[in-house]
Design a protein. Structure first.
Length: 117
């Protein structure tokens, strides 16, 4: 195989592998414990598991978290905890979480899939 064809083939295989890893919850990038996350996420479900729930002020739809990529959840929770991301309620809740708690919660929500809200 020519060098150019080898490079194209390698990029194609790498792209397919990356896509599969991102799209399959079973291949979670979260380092957390799903069962521990289930217990720790109890408070989260009060808002994030309610169909059609809207925040009072400012008014917006509260996002469902089931099936969300763990890396995104970890990043978001850490940003709320540090104050880099603004939302009074989320900042207060995230400020009580350790890095381990955040990893566990992220692993739990990622494992639920979009249908398992």
């Amino acid at each position: 195989m020519a060098r150019r064809e080898t490079m194209i083939c390698g990029r194609l295989i790498g792209g397919v592998a990356l896509s599969a890893a991102l799209l399959m919850p079973g291949l979670s990038s979260a380092q957390g414990d799903i069962e521990a996350g289930r217990a720790k996420a109890y408070t989260c479900l009060g808002c994030h598991a309610v169909e059609g729930y809207r925040n009072a002020y400012p008014s917006y739809r509260v996002p469902k978290l089931g099936g969300q990529h763990a890396g995104y959840l970890v990043s978001s929770l850490k940003a709320y905890r540090s104050g880099a991301r603004q939302h009074t309620t989320m900042q207060a809740l995230a400020s009580t979480l350790s890095d381990e708690d955040i990893q566990d919660i992220a692993a739990y929500f990622e494992s639920r899939g979009p249908e398992g809200q």
